[in-house]
Design a protein around this ligand. Structure first.
Ligand code: FES
Ligand SMILES: [Fe+2]
Length: 353
């Protein structure tokens, strides 16, 4: 996974890059995808625009520029200015022709999605009947994308890195795990006792409940969808609040990964909780954001480790890890399969010893 592969990402897929509310009218913003720096701004009609963050004149960052009253982005250095197609004008030399490389931006689901051109649309967010968007937010991980992918596709770290969701160490005998490895995506399901918590009863979780977490990871672009609920261990009756969380893991550089997260909450309309739905959305936001914060604080300790699995002693919860790492390289970064890694390897199950 070299720098070359990272640099292609912005052309290979459409990525969420910034909350739409974070891009105001006056000032441009810098976003980085796969090492590619891009300046975003809103034109005179409020439409989000994007050009490469290097002025074609002498490379000044256009994200340090200003948005003119006519909606063009002007460079801070010598005032050359650009429209959303990248067509440039030079105030001191009106006959000069210049062009900045333009990108396409879509505003959808409260986020700005960056594409190399207008022919590409963002992937639809998964639907969840009866479910509403509770929150969306971005988190910075100071770790390479493969480290964040490994962490976000296993729950073995729950008792140690987290303090709220899931089980404690003594509960391992009661945790069940199932993984499915597909040719271009992976799935995993964990079911285990919810550890005691002061806040979860607020959303209808009861002592002794099981926490059920199913997730699917896809690579076009890289994202994991978590569907979770709590249920009574005897009757399997579900508690009234369920959630679905979509995480896009967007590598900014070799050592930094941005997460753009969409949290959906579903509240049983027949339950008393339906009346406090706005409060539940806030709670869902706080819970997920808090869990991500704990992950971010931990995974930076692994940031320096080699991207190879060679020499690691993987355990049973790492079943998806091997396939995910491979799909990250072949399907997300677009690398050719490594020597000896045939197309057939991609469809056979990898099970750790
Ligand atoms: S570097 Fe941008 S106008 Fe000169
Ligand atoms: Fe975690």
């Amino acid at each position: 996974m070299g720098a070359m592969a990272l640099r292609d990402l912005v052309h290979r897929f459409v990525h969420p890059v910034l909350a739409a509310r974070a891009l105001g009218r006056g000032r441009p913003r810098l976003v980085t995808v796969g090492g590619e720096r891009v300046a975003l701004w809103r034109d005179a009609d409020g439409i989000p625009r994007a050009v490469a963050d290097a002025c074609p004149h002498r490379n000044a960052p256009l994200s340090l520029g200003r948005v003119r009253a006519d909606g063009r982005l002007a460079c801070r250095y010598h005032g050359w200015n650009f429209d959303g197609e990248g067509r440039g004008a030079c105030p001191s030399q009106p006959t000069l022709k210049c062009h900045a490389r333009a990108f396409h931006v879509t505003e959808r689901d409260g986020y700005l999605w960056l594409a190399s051109d207008a022919s590409r649309a963002p992937v639809p967010l998964p639907t969840f009947p009866g479910c509403q968007l509770a929150a969306s937010f971005s988190t910075r991980f100071e770790a390479p994308v493969h480290i964040t992918l490994d962490n976000f596709t296993e729950d073995e770290h729950f008792p140690y890195v987290h303090a709220l969701l899931g089980w404690g160490e003594d509960d391992w005998p009661r945790v069940s795990y199932e993984a499915q490895l597909h040719a271009d995506y992976t799935e995993a399901t964990y079911v285990g006792p919810q550890r005691p918590s002061a806040s979860l009863p607020l959303i209808g979780v009861r002592a002794g409940d099981l926490f059920v977490n199913h997730f699917t990871t896809r690579f076009d672009p890289l994202r994991t969808v978590y569907t979770s609920h709590w249920e009574c261990p005897e009757t399997r009756v579900r508690r009234p609040v369920e959630s679905r969380t979509v995480v896009f893991m967007v590598p900014e550089s070799e050592g930094v990964t941005m997460f753009h997260t969409f949290v959906y909450a579903k509240v049983d309309p027949r339950s008393g909780y339906a009346r406090i739905e706005p409060l539940l959305k806030v709670l869902a936001h706080v819970i997920v954001r808090g869990e991500w914060w704990m992950d971010a604080r931990w995974v930076k300790n692994l940031a320096h480790t080699a991207p190879t699995l060679h020499g690691l002693r993987l355990g049973r919860f790492d079943k998806t890890l091997i396939r995910n790492r491979r799909l990250l390289r072949t399907h997300y970064f677009g690398d050719a399969p490594a020597p000896g890694e045939s197309a057939r390897d991609l469809t056979t199950a990898d099970a750790p010893a």
